[in-house]
Design a protein around this ligand. Sequence first.
Ligand SMILES: Cc1ncc(COP(=O)(O)O)c(C=O)c1O
Length: 432
Amino acid sequence: MRTDIVHPGADKLKYEIREIVAVAKRVALSGIPIIWENIGDPVAKGETPPTWIKEVIKNTLKEDVTFAYSPTKGLDETRAYIAKERNVEGGIQITPDDILFFNGLGDAISHVYRNLNPHARIIGPDPAYPTHSSAEAAHANKPHITYRLDPENGWKPDLVDMEKKIKANKDITGILIVNPDNPTGFVYPQDTIRTIVALAKKYKLFIISDEIYSNLAFEGSGMRKLASVIGNVPSIAMRGISKEFPWPGARCGWIEFYNRSKDKNFDRYARSIVDSKMLEVCSTTLPQRVLPKVMGDSRYYPYLAGRTRRYEERAGYAHKMLSKIPEIIVHKPRGAFYMTCVFKKGSLKKNQTLPIRGDLKKFIDSCLKNASLDKRFVYYLLASTGICVVPLSSGFNSSLQGFRFLLLEQDMERFKKTINTIGKAISEFVAS
Ligand SMILES: Cc1ncc(COP(=O)(O)O)c(C=O)c1O
């Protein structure tokens, strides 16, 4: 090309959760069946969306208007439904005008960072959900700035670390939280959110709260949305139906702007996000038409409660088994359907191995040139057992060494077997 056509932030775009699929497919070619524990898709892991939800979708498809564009911000009646639900919960009150629909929350995340001034930085958690950390890093063409989620303290955010970084870096203009968190399953206590809101107020920042798992918090987790404590701080809450319905293939998510009128600069930024969405015309209509009918159905919340009970049961078993291993730190999640193991300092070393067949060993070693030690464990686990998890350091932009797996397996016996195999592999690997 006579001019460089590559965006300066291109190298920052990383999504190891899916990149590992190609490696797993190569392993499968050698006759090793893969147990997919990498992508958080309940349907791909065998969950069946309830028949009554499918009926609602079928009936909605009978109406021609379902095939039409929707308004840029989203269907009026759907936004009115969401605003009403939000306001009934208490906390900040919004109008349908404060809601903007996207083709999945991934699309929303991309718009939110893409439209920020390149100098404005958002500090996010470590470990991080990579769509946020990559999009933020690419927008600034600099490494993503993080605050620590502390594995020694049940994954609570290190707020001293957060304030120190905010103070030191004047470009930090926003704080991201993911609640319940991916990959840790941590649920922010309301007091912690309050302190983060107070920090935002003190340093004139805005907050982004990714709440895609908010309806999948476990019973008794104390889950409270940002809206409950936000006061007058400008912010963006993010929601979606991918995990809840579950319907990730619908590509439907939305953002809620809080306190647009409280800050002119934030209001202008919010308008730029709406304008950039307008260039794309609108988001998918079918899931928006379905949303109020499904969420407003009396079967919806009992259905979600049944699912979270299953996840909690799996989390309990995994915690019981894996917490016996002295070389790792593991906490029971309080929401979502992920769990993370962290290797204690010094327990991973170069050259640790698991038994792998000769032909695969060459391939796996060729994938691991200059790789982090947790990635080495993950690839050896994959080639040795067929279990496909995601390394923490490269997969979740983390300074920690570890890996994430899912709580989505339908068959409890199969889940137990997977966990037991992971546990055995960890012990073997660290002892090798
Ligand atoms: C924290 C978080 N935010 C956003 C997304 C993206 O969701 P969507 O399917 O709506 O794009 C995910 C998907 O895994 C997620 O875990």
